[in-house]
Design a protein around this ligand. Structure first.
Ligand SMILES: Cc1cc2nc3c(=O)[nH]c(=O)nc-3n(C[C@H](O)[C@H](O)[C@H](O)COP(=O)(O)OP(=O)(O)OC[C@H]3O[C@@H](n4cnc5c(N)ncnc54)[C@H](O)[C@@H]3O)c2cc1C
Length: 460
């Protein structure tokens, strides 16, 4: 008799072949004998949004020493960098394009190790239906003509979406090359947002020799801090002090600790392992208030940029080419050549009417439920998926299982990476994603260790 597992062409389907999907696939292949399918709608798996850039000035904002894809091999990326022969070392901020090549190598190595157990399928997943023993997936562009794809478990690693949609000279996707294509070198540009995405676009513009004025605008006009030289000394503070009291008491304690001479970078470093615990210690209302009032401050200290990028920003400001403005904005009429904008500066009521040759939305990636996406629409309709209470992403349980409309966690569908940010607010960078990927891999391997006729010990 056929074993139940044999009825499924795959044990685990990973939906989305960006960094998160590749990290998980690599772990599953290394740690089990499971059959894995990685489904990616784009033509180049492994890169995703962050690592498909070809701009050499787009640097990782984490040192090479902390960018390993594998939780149990902390030097994996640093060793790759050394072999790559670029002359960069473990304390350097490597171009993101190189990290993309590293992820591609990791995927190719995983395919090779798997001896046929890891398959890459090109196509968009448009529907996922849960069955008693597994999951049925519709893949648009899946060319084998055998109808829905069956798997025992599915993991959504669908990542980021652009901030908004294009309309003439208003560009809603800052990561597409055409966001800054066809621009006269002296064109006036407005960047909405003053955080990491704005910095990416600024660096690309500088590389192209742009000379025109650039305005970067956000409500508070806060720009990420620069990394201080490594190593950052770890201060001797009792982290438990930050776990008690109201949100404002905790923030006040943070400020006074810094005022008393503890460097903010060191403080962020010692708090980092506790970030999830800190987040979970807040009730829903406190979390909402954190996102509204404190998040921008937290982010500029937590997600810092390489010192060299800091110099580019400071130089552009000193030349008078870049102005950082704290203001609210309303987008008016947009044609192919210009966009009308109303700006109200922070602390003022004056409505300034401005025109820019190009406006680029740099407010950063979106991860929340969006029923315009076929997959989200179908899964919401079928009750398999719901938004997390903060509207940041998909609602998931502690073990990353997807929570459906009825509040119950799925046994077969899991979520990995940025769409879990409602529960794990810091799940944006590789050091956090690799930990989560290791947890999800362990959990899936354990679950599939059920009597099924499958050997799931570590692959040779
Ligand atoms: C611009 C930028 C720079 C960053 N820089 C750093 C850094 O320097 N250091 C650091 O540690 N972190 C950095 N991060 C954060 C981090 O590395 C990313 O968040 C991480 O790469 C997330 O990867 P992902 O695979 O979850 O998402 P994504 O990169 O968005 O990949 C998701 C993939 O899923 C595919 N997909 C989506 N829906 C479907 C579907 N229905 N069917 C099939 N395929 C689908 C998409 O095509 C995409 O390839 C950066 C993030 C961004 C956006």
């Amino acid at each position: 008799m056929m074993s139940p597992a044999a009825a499924f062409p795959a044990d685990i389907a990973i939906v989305g072949g960006g960094a998160s999907g590749v990290l998980l696939a690599a772990l599953l292949i290394r740690k089990s004998a499971l059959r894995v399918v990685l489904i990616e709608r784009g033509s180049t798996p492994a890169l995703g949004v962050a690592y498909s850039t070809q701009c050499r000035g787009h640097l990782l904002n984490v040192r090479a020493s902390d960018m390993s894809a594998l939780d149990d091999e902390p030097d994996h990326f640093a060793q790759w960098v050394a072999r790559d022969g670029s002359g960069l070392g473990h304390n350097d901020f490597v171009p993101r394009a190189d990290y993309g090549r590293y992820l591609k190598d990791l995927l190719a190595d995983s395919v090779q190790r798997s001896e046929g157990r890891l398959r890459i399928v090109t196509g968009e997943v448009t529907a996922i239906r849960e069955q008693a023993a597994g999951v049925e997936i519709d893949i648009d562009g899946h060319g084998d003509g055998h109808g829905p794809f069956l798997t025992r478990k599915a993991v959504l690693a669908t990542g980021h979406r652009p901030p908004s949609v294009d309309s003439g000279a208003y560009r809603g996707n800052p990561w597409r090359e055409d966001a800054i294509e066809d621009l006269a070198p002296d064109a006036s540009i407005l960047l909405i947002g003053t955080s990491l995405t704005m910095i990416d676009v600024l660096v690309s513009l500088m590389e192209r020799g742009h000379t025109g004025p650039i305005t970067a605008l956000s409500r508070r006009g806060l720009v990420p801090r620069f990394h201080p030289p490594a190593p950052i000394p770890s201060p001797d503070v009792d982290t438990r002090e930050f776990f008690a009291g109201s949100l404002s008491q905790r923030a006040a304690r943070f400020r006074s600790t810094v005022r008393n001479g503890v460097g903010w970078a060191g403080l962020m470093q010692v708090l980092r392992p506790h970030n999830n615990e800190l987040w979970h210690g807040l009730d829903l209302d406190q979390r909402r208030r954190f996102l509204r009032h404190l998040r921008p401050w937290w982010d500029i200290h937590r997600h810092r940029v390489a010192p060299h990028i800091g110099e580019i920003i400071e130089d552009a400001k000193a030349r008078g080419q870049l102005s950082i403005v704290a203001a609210k904005i309303e987008i008016g009429h947009a044609t192919d050549r210009t966009v009308d904008v109303t700006i109200v500066r922070r602390g003022s009521t004056v409505r300034e009417q401005r025109h820019f040759d190009r406006v680029i939305d740099c407010r950063g990636p979106r991860n929340e439920v969006d029923e315009r996406l076929p997959l989200h629409a179908q899964m919401t309709k079928d009750g398999l998926l719901r938004a997390d209470p903060l509207g940041q992403g998909l609602d998931v349980a502690e073990n990353e299982a997807l929570i459906g409309r009825n509040g119950r966690a799925s046994r077969n569908i899991y979520v990995l990476g940025p769409p879990t940010r409602g529960r794990y607010t810091e799940i944006v960078a590789i050091p956090d994603i690799r930990l989560q990927a290791a947890e999800v891999a362990e959990h899936l391997i354990e679950q599939l260790r059920q009597p099924s006729g499958l050997a799931v010990g570590p692959a040779a």
